[in-house]
Design a protein around this ligand. Structure first.
Ligand SMILES: [Zn+2]
Length: 329
């Protein structure tokens, strides 16, 4: 835990002081060009700082606004004029934007307005968030007839999705802020990426892959991607044994097809904690980990979310050589 908060602290301190470095660099340049000018004291008070990242993304990706420089601040954030939820995390003010897998491509205008009520300092920043036009791969998958046809039932699928949306609807505040998020299956290769449009057994069911699949054999360890509270540890007919963790602020992670679950609903977990053993329960032909990150109710590309974190290590990508048995759900 100590290592985690230290990392994230450094990350945001680095961001916060970047403008100061630019000011210092500019000052050095001025001194070089006009040596006769007496040096003036550099403005070193960090003041309000706003980070917006990323500003260029695909449907099925998310980003964040992070405002530091004092507490309390009055912070409001809008996306195309619609107010976004803003949370105090203990380190700064956070607002999250997420674009659904089916989101319209185009430009979205983001505006951040932050005021320090004590000093009167006010910073307004605008950014254009570009959602690129993108077509995810199409995958044809064939599941074994051993698996009940009930698993392709659109009503059952809709029920399970509705149950998940009920869970994701809660916006809670979890302190301390659990960044960075870490790989839930370190060392395991990825066997199926987020986003593929999937057709099961010749069109019995059409859906898209809402998570990332990792090669994990029965019983191999699955770790919590970040600190949070377990809000579900139960069996779902399609997703099998599932653990869902609430990381606060509308961010959830989901781990599916588990053979064993070592946590219960209500447990508080830390980032990197062992929570489950991998398996092939539910609609899966072989054991693997199906991992999701959900932001504002949208299952987004979890690996792109992890890439936003400091110290991120890219897993081995075997999506071109894997067989279908590892990407069945
Ligand atoms: Zn999957």
């Amino acid at each position: 835990m100590a290592r985690t908060s230290k990392l994230s602290e450094n990350f945001f301190i680095m961001k916060r002081f970047r403008p100061v470095l630019w000011v210092m660099a500019a000052l050095v340049a001025v001194l070089l060009v006009v040596p006769a000018q007496p040096a003036k004291a550099a403005p070193i008070a960090p003041g309000i700082s706003i980070t917006i990242t990323p500003t260029n993304l695909l449907p099925g990706q998310a980003g964040y606004v992070f405002v530091t420089g004092g507490h309390p601040l009055n912070v409001s954030v809008t996306l195309d004029g619609q107010p976004m939820d803003v949370f105090w995390t203990g380190e700064g003010y956070l607002a999250l934007y997420a674009f659904h897998h089916d989101a319209q491509s185009g430009e979205y205008e983001l505006a951040v307005d932050a005021t320090d009520p004590r000093t009167g300092q006010r910073l307004i920043q605008y950014a254009t968030i570009v959602v690129q036009s993108y077509s995810y791969l199409n995958e044809e998958l064939y599941l074994d007839s051993r698996l009940s046809e009930r698993l392709y039932d659109p009503v059952l699928n809709a029920q399970e999705t509705a149950r998940l949306q009920d869970i994701y609807a809660a916006r809670t505040q979890i302190n301390p802020w659990g960044w960075p998020f870490v790989n839930p299956a370190p060392g395991a290769p990825i066997t199926s990426q987020y986003g593929a449009n999937r057709s099961y057994n010749g069109g019995l069911l059409e859906s898209y892959h809402s998570g990332t699949d990792f090669r994990r054999y029965n019983g191999e360890e699955i770790l919590a991607t970040a600190a949070g509270r377990v809000v579900s540890a139960e069996f779902f007919e399609i997703r099998g044994n599932v653990v869902i963790i609430d990381h606060g602020y509308g961010i959830y992670s989901l781990y599916a097809h588990l053979s064993e679950m070592y946590v219960e609903k209500g447990d508080i977990v830390s980032g990197g904690q062992l929570i489950a053993g991998a398996g092939g329960t539910g609609r899966a032909m072989g054991p693997h980990l199906h991992f999701e990150i959900i932001v504002n109710g949208c299952p987004i590309d979890a690996m792109k979310w992890l890439e936003l974190m400091p110290g991120y290590v890219e897993p081995l990508d075997l999506t071109d050589v894997s067989d279908d048995s590892e990407k069945s759900g």
